[in-house]
Each structure stands twice: as structure tokens, then as C-alpha cells.
Ligand binder design. Structure first.
Ligand code: ZN
Length: 146
């Protein structure tokens, strides 16, 4: 049974088989588990998603001053709309949470990292259009099966 961390409150939700995760709401705070856009996470939220989500997680490390990050933001949203709820999409503001960026060895932004079962499985620096993000994620995690 997939275990999905609520991006709003951090509660762990178990989605029963046959219930569509894309319309599921958090059992604790009643917010939708997927909102058709990446979840904004802080350092603690990121750690919780990395360690507790059973679906793959892709994180966009970005900052407000970074032009390529801003160019990629709408592309990342489109990719989220294409792949959620198979993959959880999240963003981490490296200005607001520099320690989280440092902990993951982020040296340039934008950098996207993919985590699965608590471990990094892929990373990619530089902005990409939505189609390329989707293909990269398919190659990185979805081709391996669920
Ligand atoms: Zn919640």
C-alpha cells in the first residue's frame, strides 16, 4: 500500500488499493495529497518526504535570484501534472533552507534530485523543459517499475 506524506502537515497517509491517489485527501488535515503542482518544502519537510514517502520524490533546488530556476519553474509544474501521483514533486528554496541544500551537496541551481526509498537515485543540474524532465524521470525511476 503506497505510503504518502502529506505536503501540508507531514502526516503519513496510506492509500488503499483501488483508491485514486490523485484525488485523495490527507486523513489528518484534509488537504489534497496532490495539488497539481510541486509542494514547497522546508528542510524538515524534505527530510520527512525522503525518508517516509514510498513513491519516488523529485526535488527542485532553486532560489529567487536564479534566472534559469524561474524559467524552469513552469516546466516543473507541467511535469508534475504529467507524472503525479506516480512521482511526488517538490521544491526547496535554497535561500530559505541553505543547510538542506548543503546537506545534499547542491553546488549549482537549478539542480533536481530524485529520491527513492530514502536514497538518491539521480540528479541533474541545469534547467530542462517539461518534456525532458518527464523523460528523465521515466528513465530514472518509472522504467524500474513501481
Ligand atoms: Zn495533512
Amino acid at each position: 500500500m503506497p505510503q504518502i506524506v502529506c505536503p501540508a502537515c507531514g502526516a503519513i497517509n496510506r492509500i488503499p488499493p483501488g483508491k485514486p491517489a490523485e484525488t485523495a485527501r490527507c486523513g489528518k488535515c484534509r488537504e489534497p495529497l496532490f495539488q497539481g503542482r510541486p509542494a514547497d518544502l522546508d528542510g524538515a519537510g524534505l527530510a520527512r518526504h525522503i525518508t517516509r514517502d514510498s513513491i519516488p520524490l523529485v526535488v527542485d533546488f532553486w532560489a529567487d535570484w536564479c534566472g534559469p530556476c524561474k524559467m524552469m519553474a513552469p516546466e516543473f509544474v507541467k511535469a508534475a501534472q504529467a507524472l503525479e501521483p506516480l512521482v511526488r514533486f517538490a521544491k526547496l528554496d535554497t535561500e530559505a533552507a541553505p543547510e538542506a541544500a548543503a546537506a545534499h551537496g547542491i553546488r549549482s541551481i537549478p539542480t533536481m534530485m530524485v529520491f527513492r526509498n530514502g536514497r538518491e537515485v539521480a540528479r541533474q543540474s541545469g534547467a530542462m523543459p517539461a518534456g525532458q524532465i518527464v523523460q528523465w524521470l521515466r528513465d530514472a525511476v518509472l522504467a524500474l517499475g513501481s
